[in-house]
Design a protein around this ligand. Structure first.
Ligand SMILES: NC(=O)c1ccc[n+]([C@@H]2O[C@H](COP(=O)([O-])OP(=O)(O)OC[C@H]3O[C@@H](n4cnc5c(N)ncnc54)[C@H](OP(=O)(O)O)[C@@H]3O)[C@@H](O)[C@H]2O)c1
Length: 328
């Protein structure tokens, strides 16, 4: 018997939605792309008309449509909490773009409500579902680099046009929530068995009032150090490196390997260097299969825990960085 398909609606014709998630929902074996919403009815209609059978409307109309199971929210960060809660109150499961919240208390509120209503809230870090990381996780489990000593990860991009949402304080912009969230998430995905505590964070602010670049330092009781760096006025970097007692693993396109692209993993030991081209994969499609699997089982605790942990780290980075700024 074919697996059940869930009806999904998209809230806002964001770049990420138009470029990636709308086509992936449309082509997914586990979702029907049912509706697209926009502040501008013309935009919603134009986006919907590119896909057979997709309806369109306002955000309010779409979340109250009784045929919709899950709402995908690719709005600016400052709107994630409000529209996640609106969708939950309307009885919908939610896939929300990163960063899910701008304050830890919002993550607690979302989780308590979602849990009480038995609804899923997942934060969209699709890189979690790229098969290149399976190679790294298997290599770590097989102790191919011995004991882990250090985790380093960077995600930085060159400047964007000045009117981009990432430069707006009001819209929840800033490099920490946009780019820094990835190395933080990667630490949890690649070294999931460790309890890292954040010890230091630095944010550099630009004229727009949002943080433009920064770094974080964490460690854990086993003595592993983690250095994370990010920015949106930077030479492009999208990597992680795990340095062990007898080797090192580096992934150079860790977060944004598009469907069809073959990322490389470099594995170094005293015996030599292997520069491996990994298979291409579609992390968007894999993520939708994972989300549908959560809906099939009704087990949402794993996603809730990840949402809370990520929000707690972001909160801690903001606290530590503001203390640094005050000391300058
Ligand atoms: N997972 C990923 O790989 C990935 C990649 C890029 C971005 N993102 C995340 O996705 C979200 C959107 O990013 P984006 O770059 O795609 O943004 P974007 O193109 O600027 O889209 C944001 C959308 O939000 C809606 N919106 C509602 N109120 C708005 C307001 N006051 N100002 C601006 N837009 C408003 C607009 O849709 P309508 O006009 O149609 O209503 C707009 O198209 C962010 O949270 C970002 O962090 C994730």
């Amino acid at each position: 018997m074919a697996a059940k398909k869930y009806n999904a609606a998209v809230l806002g014709c964001a770049h990420i939605a138009v470029r990636s998630l709308i086509p992936e929902f449309f082509n997914s074996p586990r979702f029907n792309l049912a509706a697209i919403a926009s502040r501008d009815p013309g935009k919603a209609r134009a986006a919907a008309e590119r896909y057979a059978g997709v309806s369109w409307g306002t955000y309010e109309q779409i979340i109250h449509d009784s045929g919709i199971d899950l709402v995908y929210i690719p709005l600016p960060n400052s709107m994630h909490y409000e529209w996640t809660m609106n969708a939950l109150e309307a009885g919908k499961h939610v896939l929300c773009e990163k960063s899910l919240v701008t304050e830890y208390a919002q993550a607690e509120g979302i989780t308590a409500f979602a849990r009480a209503q038995r609804l899923l809230v997942a934060e969209n870090f699709q890189f979690r579902f790229h098969s290149q990381h399976r190679w790294t996780l298997d290599a770590l489990a097989a102790r191919k680099i011995g004991e882990v000593r250090m985790f380093r990860s960077s995600f930085g991009i060159p400047p964007l046009p000045a009117d981009n949402i990432r430069y707006s304080k009001e819209l929840g912009g800033g490099a920490l929530l946009d780019n820094g969230a990835y190395p933080l998430k990667a630490l949890q995905v690649i070294l999931p068995g460790y309890n890292f505590t954040m010890k230091a964070a630095t944010l550099r602010y630009g004229d727009s009032g949002v943080d433009i670049s920064g770094g974080m330092y964490l460690d854990c009781p086993e003595g592993i150090a983690a250095e994370l760096a990010f920015g949106m006025d930077n030479f492009y970097q999208c990597n992680y490196e795990i340095w062990g007692s007898i080797g090192k693993i580096t992934a150079n396109r860790a977060f944004t390997a598009p469907p069809g692209f073959r990322p490389r993993i470099i594995f170094e030991t005293a015996d030599g260097v292997e520069n491996m081209e990994m298979p291409a994969d579609n992390h968007f499609a894999n993520m939708l299969i994972h989300i549908a699997g959560c809906l099939d089982t009704g087990d949402f605790e794993g996603e809730y825990a990840q949402n809370l942990r990520q929000a707690a780290y972001i909160n801690r980075a903001l606290e530590l960085a503001s203390a640094t700024v005050e000391r300058r």
